[in-house]
Write a protein that binds this ligand. Structure first.
Ligand code: GDP
Length: 451
């Protein structure tokens, strides 16, 4: 996400940092580079122009007497302006005062609408809601089936309804929608997510149908799902929908791809509707609320520790982590069994690449983000496979793993004896290091207590 933009901005900042003082000339030079970076990332031309002008005005008029260096001040201004551009605060999700709240999901075919409907339902479920799904795409039976599969996979209610042979088009759509809302209320579901028909392009018929659905259902949210990879097209279709229907927010999907990122930066300014969520992968949990300040931090190479910590809080078992630390520092050290447990925990946070990318690319973390591209994810799978091929006894006591056992483990895990040797060596080193820290800490503690 935003790799290209980030790289180019970093270059502009680096040049700026190389200057002792910030003059009008070197601000102009940096702004020229930033402008190019934004345009190349497919940020809308007018949005870019406005943004650059705002930054220029603020940067030239700034007070110099602060604790920050002039360069840091300019970078702070850019950060602030980008956050402003994205709408500053995280957009709130609205609910109706009287359940069920209806959420209309709109978007072009292939934008990721059905996938997103499932992701949103799962996100709501995690928040303690009881969502129901319904597809009113009566034009493509496969679309209704796809939503049924999604509903099943995340375990949510689905309204299918009966579709007679003599019915078609908008009247059928409206009947299904009306029944689904009633059904949601009957089942005690507080939210109804309506997956609407997607078209290849925006057409009158689709707009007319959406408008009737809006009138009938009085939705608390109309979310337009747009494919970030389509850049300016995503912005234009969101605008067309908003002008005609008044959407309440945009969900940008496929932000994990090599999206140039411009859509995310332009949408709010061009359409007036905020980005509320982003999709970052095909899996149901590759979905997050759009926090302008965090996104800007990511773009500016400052990482996104807040999201990483939140993910850790949600996915990791704190008790297990603490027990591991305690064991690792104590006299007996941690076993290969404990090590495998930890590996599994870390894997829950996502790929190593996605974790490294959330770290800042400056200061002590410099280089880690860049290294993310070179991480061999399969290495983790291989390590786990090797440990899986050991017997429980071996996992608890690595010292019994003789040469012949190593051969057996390598064969069982589809790896080589050399890889098994490497793992055992690294494990032994790590174990020693942890134990050393534990012993050192103990000594220090005793010394402090005797004083
Ligand atoms: P619809 O026609 O708009 O309902 O689109 P679908 O939900 O069927 O999605 C189209 C394709 O995009 C599917 O292959 C999805 O797996 C994929 N997709 C949806 N959201 C994302 C995302 O955030 N990231 C990635 N990489 N793929 C996505």
């Amino acid at each position: 996400m935003f790799e290209n933009l980030q790289e180019k901005l970093q270059r502009a900042f680096k040049n700026l940092r190389g200057q002792g003082t910030v003059s009008e000339e070197n601000i102009s030079e940096a702004l020229r580079e930033i402008r190019l970076a934004l345009l190349e990332s497919d940020v809308n031309l007018n949005v870019t122009k406005d943004l650059i002008e705002h930054i220029r005005e603020k940067a030239l008029g700034q007070q110099v007497a602060t604790a920050l260096s002039p360069t840091e001040q300019v970078i702070k201004i850019i950060h602030g302006e980008l956050v402003e551009l994205l709408g500053r605060d995280t957009a709130r999700f609205k609910f109706a005062s009287q359940p069920p709240s209806v959420i209309l999901m709109a978007g072009l075919q292939g934008s990721g609408k059905t996938t997103t409907t499932g992701k949103l339902a799962q996100w709501l479920k995690k928040g303690g809601h009881r969502p129901m799904l319904v597809s009113v795409d009566v034009y493509r039976p496969a679309a209704r089936e796809q939503l049924a599969v999604v509903a099943k996979s995340i375990g949510t209610q689905l309204y299918t309804g009966n579709v007679g042979a003599d019915e078609a088009g908008t009247p059928l759509v409206l009947r299904l929608a009306k029944e689904a809302k009633r059904d949601a209320a009957n089942f005690g579901c507080d939210i109804l997510l309506v997956d609407t028909a997607g078209r290849l392009g925006i057409d009158e018929e689709l707009m007319g149908e959406m408008s009737e659905l809006k009138k009938l259902l009085n939705p608390s949210e109309i979310l337009f799902v747009a494919d970030a990879m389509t850049g300016q097209d995503a912005v234009n279709s969101a605008k067309a929908f908003h002008d005609r229907l008044g959407i309440t927010g945009v969900v940008l999907t496929k932000m994990d791809g090599d999206a140039r990122g411009g859509a995310a930066l332009s949408i709010r300014q061009v359409t007036g509707a905020p980005v509320k969520f982003i999709g970052t992968g095909e899996k149901p949990d590759a979905f997050e609320p759009f926090h302008p300040d965090r996104i800007v931090s990511r773009i500016m190479g400052m990482g996104d520790i807040a999201t990483l910590l939140e993910r850790a809080e949600e996915k990791l078992d704190r008790g297990k982590a603490e027990a591991f630390a305690k064991k690792a520092l104590a006299g007996d050290g941690f076993s290969l069994e404990d090590f495998r447990d930890q590996l599994r925990q870390i894997k829950k946070l996502g790929s190593m690449q996605s974790i490294l990318k959330m770290l800042p690319s400056v200061g002590p973390f410099q280089g880690l983000q860049q290294a993310a591209g070179q991480v061999d994810e399969s290495q983790f799978t291989r390590v786990e496979a090797i440990i899986n091929s050991m017997t429980a006894k071996e996992r608890l006591n690595h010292e019994i793993i003789s040469g012949s056992r190593r051969k057996r483990i390598a064969a069982g895990s589809g790896t080589s004896v050399q890889e098994v040797n490497n793992l055992l060596r690294q494990y032994a080193q790590m174990r020693k290091m942890f134990k050393g820290m534990g012993a050192g800490g103990g000594k220090m503690q005793r010394r402090l207590m005797s004083q």
